[in-house]
Design a protein around this ligand. Sequence first.
Ligand SMILES: Nc1nc2c(ncn2[C@@H]2O[C@H](COP(=O)(O)OP(=O)(O)OP(=O)(O)O)[C@@H](O)[C@H]2O)c(=O)[nH]1
Ligand SMILES: [Mg+2]
Length: 311
Amino acid sequence: MSDTESMNESSNDLGDYRCGTVALLGRPNVGKSTLMNRIIGAKVAIVTPKPQTTRHRILGIHTSDSCQIIFVDTPGIHRGSKQLNRNMVRIAYAAAEEADVLAVMQDASAPLDRGTRALIERFADGRLQQPRLHVLNKVDQVAKQALLPRLAEMQRLDPGAAAYIPVSARKGVQVDALIDEVARHLPQRPAVYEADWYTDQSQRQLAAEYVREQVFLAMQQEIPFQTAVEIESFCEDENGVAIEAAILVGSERHKPMLIGKGGERMKKIGTTARMGLMTLFGCAVDLRLWVRVQPDWFDNPGRLHDLGLGS
Ligand SMILES: Nc1nc2c(ncn2[C@@H]2O[C@H](COP(=O)(O)OP(=O)(O)OP(=O)(O)O)[C@@H](O)[C@H]2O)c(=O)[nH]1
Ligand SMILES: [Mg+2]
């Protein structure tokens, strides 16, 4: 092959390459973060059985020989009176406006409730022009005979969607089909990120999220929703990383509940978060945590901005 032929071939290859963003959108708890982690192959977004786990826009970057898909995980769309809730919802809609493709997710194992229908109708109303994929998650918990009517209902609700894809993010079912479908709708352009980049989050942000995940898992009722994690110092040397973090609580009475009898609960939160971070960072992690009471931080725009939770 001559030099000219080989140059032409490589420029054609580049011309076929697809790269763009897909926003993962939906009600809380439908499995957006689980799906992104499954595709990326690492826990870049925390996951819990509680709604409103994700509070930021989080990128997860999937790179292959033929495409680079930049997944944008978003907070679940919900109603909430606090400033934090309003910011979270605003972040989700802003991500939808900016994305090349919209992946609207739902929990197919739960009834198609009013909130989910309203959301689907909102995305189908033509205001946003990008291709829409409806992702019906948690099919590992759905009988086959129940899935077909659900797919038919989706086609009726949004006939203009590009595809309706049943998946199980937890088990990895049909995830490759979803990746292929997303890639088909991306613009032809070269990759934006280096092939070994898989998220836009710093280690510091990941550390805060890993601690918050354990707080969410350990605490009940309103406490997790009124909790945030602030990294106070993050030092890296040849021995590993040393992290100091404060867990903010919204009320004095939450403090002893979080600490637990003899400090047991805090100890467990710290140990489990530290182990997760050691796996993620691939080095030793020293993690020191304490609790700070900060009434109504979740309703204070300035404080939310400092915590990276502004909209
Ligand atoms: N059975 C089953 N459970 C799943 C699947 N995907 C996610 N889950 C579970 O659903 C719960 C919520 O998952 P998340 O990934 O945190 O959901 P999310 O949509 O990101 O939630 P928010 O961040 O709160 O908006 C967790 O307990 C997951 O383990 C799935 O495919 N099958
Ligand atoms: Mg999430």
